[in-house]
Design a protein around this ligand. Sequence first.
Ligand code: AMP
Ligand code: MG
Length: 506
Amino acid sequence: MHSFGFDNTYARDLPGFYAAVQPAAVPAPRLLFLNEPLAIELGLDAAALRGADGAALFAGNVLPEDAQPIAQAYAGHQFGGFSPQLGDGRALLIGEVIDRAGRRRDIAFKGSGRTPFSRGGDGKAAIGPMLREVLIGEAMHALRIPTTRALAVAATGETVLREVALPGAVLTRVAASHLRVGTFQFFAARGDLDKLRQLADYTIARHDPALTGTPQQELGLLRAVAERQAKLIAQWMNVGFIHGVMNTDNMALSGETIDYGPCAFMEAYDPGTVFSSIDHGGRYAYANQPLIARWNLARFAETLLPLMASEDDEAAIQQAVAGAMEVIDAFPGLYAAALLQGQRAKLGLFAPAAADDPADAALADDWLTLLHAQSVDFTLAWRHLADGAAVAAGHEAPLQALFADTAPLRAWLARWRERCALDEVAGGPPAGERAARMRQASPLVIPRNHRVEEALNAAMHGDDLAPFERLLAAVRRPFDDDPALAPYAEPALPEVTAGFQTFCGT
Ligand code: AMP
Ligand code: MG
């Protein structure tokens, strides 16, 4: 297979951080999905990847000649408990490219067979969960939320044994990097300061090059990661996304959403929403996500402390701990500001204002309280609020139809319209333009759980990719004001959502 133009810094610069492993050969490669726009973005020859060569490549049978497949080492806190050795048990980084915009991107397989990190696992993946990662990842990307993306999914012709026998597949994933909080934890847990320092230097060079060589560069890295996570989680919260398994090995230092396992979008607004079948205590419930992000950042900070002060210098240790604590303690404020910035756009408030305007935060909170009290669909409520802003006098019938009792809604709308009028006086847009801009902040289409299940069932059990392709096309244009999208905007029946559970993609 022709070269991909790889430049493999991880394999080259970080020996001792991975195991070199070849993907397992599979019997019958068949390409189920190729992300042509992404292939072009990466500077790859999309046409050449479409045929049998692409199937053989993306199933792991024939690699580009410059590929250097490696399984990366990492550790991680899973549901609060520390595992000193996880690592790529079913994934392989095959190489890094510089994309057409000059950004370095990892290209990695998931489901390509066993590695030294597989523990009891088979190293494999099934078609359903891999196509699920395509749908959710592409939806997140279209929602302008930083995310890893799927480049391809190939069926392998193998059967994968889970609770039942499932058809196997390999996903090819593109990421700004696969550096995780857990990568640092792996070397910190072993007390390997040299490797920890090497890893910090590598991470800074890759994601925060401006910090290179600055005094306290590790503290700078911690701050940069915290800032990216604050923005990321705020974006999740503003579209109702629930990651489902925010273990420290699933938190990327790049600030991209990574590892789509039991994730799902909320339907009726309820901060306690949990979909994952394995999240018994609700540790990763919707409303807990910012708290967990902060907890994970504290674990990251702990790995950096030995680099910030030597262990025999008590004063330096005190100072390093104080610096790290300051960043961790600043996180809730950073998050709140990012959340409110997103909420202000969803509320149609565009005139410059103090970012932390408490009255606007209260307006948003009261709106969410209304949605919660009447179990209103989160996505449709925000979208119909945008539609309602189009006419100054209000076009509120679709919004009102979501509420059993409209009296509290009408009271809130009166307050909101007053606030919008003030916004216009302060330089915000007139009604029609306000609605258009609000629609750019509140999607019509999210990957609804029942739609995702329907698409995956047809692909897995009926060999029919048409529902998957239709749903993918819809989630790729979430903000469009197009009646053709209406079937994808409808919530599931409450009975369906009440019983809905997601399972880890293993
Ligand atoms: P995840 O929950 O997908 O983030 O995975 C957690 C850990 O389990 C990672 O170290 C994975 O590589 C590993 N893992 C998940 N599924 C498998 C599998 N089928 N075979 C081997 N390792 C796996
Ligand atoms: Mg993971």
